[in-house]
Design a protein around this ligand. Structure first.
Ligand SMILES: Cc1cc2nc3c(=O)[nH]c(=O)nc-3n(C[C@H](O)[C@H](O)[C@H](O)COP(=O)(O)O)c2cc1C
Length: 190
């Protein structure tokens, strides 16, 4: 029987995986994930999302090139990627919910994944061009996915460094203590 702690552990232990094996991801996992995305809540239930599922190796490599630098490399190595296509204004929160659920649904199936950001407008435009997405849509995020390449696959951020401004090994993998996170009753309350 699955307990509350099992669910909490899945949330707590979700880490980015950037190193994958060549094994394909089962269609059953993808169908499951699409159902999770379908049922994700959004502001006024607008469901302002669509996904482009990319498995073609050349397209994955092209996405990594558009992302630029080591932070996007995982797209080229992935079994597949989901490119999130958003419609309308002020959909960042909806996009965040959708992506987090993609990561969690994949993790529940033992599939590793990592977010890739296309933060510059020209990167989003290049991805739209590559995938034939209509110009009025917004593309800022993709998720790479695949079977994790070994037990240390989730540590590659620490090994390689995601932020190119940081030297190798300097990527922060820990977290702030709870005391720096929460304020009791009023800001500053301990
Ligand atoms: C909005 C957003 C954008 C991100 N963009 C990238 C990215 O472009 N490349 C990358 O390797 N990781 C990216 N990440 C993953 C973060 O680096 C990662 O979540 C963070 O370092 C914490 O590590 P963890 O996910 O293993 O706990 C992104 C995460 C978020 C939430």
């Amino acid at each position: 029987m699955t307990t509350a702690s099992d669910h909490v552990r899945l949330l707590r232990e979700l880490r980015s995986v950037r190193r994958f094996t060549a094994e394909p991801v089962d269609q059953r996992v993808i169908d499951d994930l699409l159902d999770v995305v379908r049922w994700t809540g959004s502001s006024s239930n607008r469901q302002p999302w669509e996904l482009v599922l990319v498995r073609n190796r050349e397209t994955l490599a092209a996405l990594a090139t558009i992302g630029g630098g080591p932070g996007a490399r995982h797209l080229a190595d992935a079994a597949l990627a989901f490119v999130l296509v958003m419609t309308g204004e002020r959909t960042d929160f909806d996009a965040g919910r959708c992506v987090e659920r993609i990561l969690l649904a994949l993790a529940a199936h033992g599939i590793g994944a990592c977010v890739a950001g296309f933060s510059k407008p020209e990167q989003g435009a290049a991805v739209k061009d590559l995938l034939g997405v209509p110009a009025e849509r917004t593309v800022r995020i993709a998720v790479s996915a695949g079977h994790p390449a070994g037990e240390r696959a989730h540590l590659v951020s620490a090994e390689r460094g995601v932020d190119t401004r940081l030297p190798l090994h300097a990527m922060k993998v820990g977290r702030k203590p709870v005391a720096e996170l929460v304020h009791l009753e009023r800001y500053g309350g301990r």
